[in-house]
Design a protein around this ligand. Structure first.
Ligand code: DQA
Length: 149
């Protein structure tokens, strides 16, 4: 098995920092990537970090995480959370733990955001902690897989 954790980000997350900062904060996706790499390093893990505005590209990365035997997959599917059976199907093929992350508290927003296709295959779900949720997800994953600090 590798020591690689995939961190995948869905549509519009490339705009973090300028997109609805009252909801998503001022940190950029670059800040998220840095936080993920720093947190992973503490646990001896490496990060494969991606963002896409395209559903099929996200599915390709999920399949790559599977074929490369990633130790875990952290995903913020953004708007696809609430719509994508295809991403659910791809995640269902993963043997490694899947952790779902949302920057905002999706339960305190519009009712359509309360439904997640991804949650039914996620080992854990984190929402509402801002970008710190990514660090929490990596730390939680390290605990699940028994990665050494
Ligand atoms: C989000 C929440 C989703 O409902 C929304 O479509 C996003 C971001 C979050 O991180 O809070 O794009 O996944």
């Amino acid at each position: 098995m590798s020591n690689v954790v995939y961190v995948l980000n869905g549509p519009n997350l490339n705009l973090l920092g300028t997109r609805e900062p009252q909801i998503y904060g001022h940190a950029t996706l670059g800040d998220v990537e840095k936080l993920c790499r720093e947190t992973a390093k503490k646990h001896g893990l490496a990060v494969e970090f991606h963002q896409s505005n395209h559903e099929g590209e996200m599915i390709d990365w999920i399949q790559k995480a599977r074929s490369e035997k990633a130790v875990g997959l952290i995903i913020n599917p953004a708007g696809y959370t609430h719509t994508s059976v295809a991403i659910l199907d791809a995640l269902t093929t993963m043997e490694a733990p899947v952790i779902e992350v949302h920057i905002s508290n999706v339960h305190a927003r519009e009712s359509f955001r309360r439904r997640s296709y991804v949650s039914q295959v996620a080992r854990a779900v984190i929402c509402g902690f801002g970008i710190d949720g990514y660090a929490l997800a990596i730390t939680g994953l390290a605990g699940i897989i028994g990665a050494k600090e």
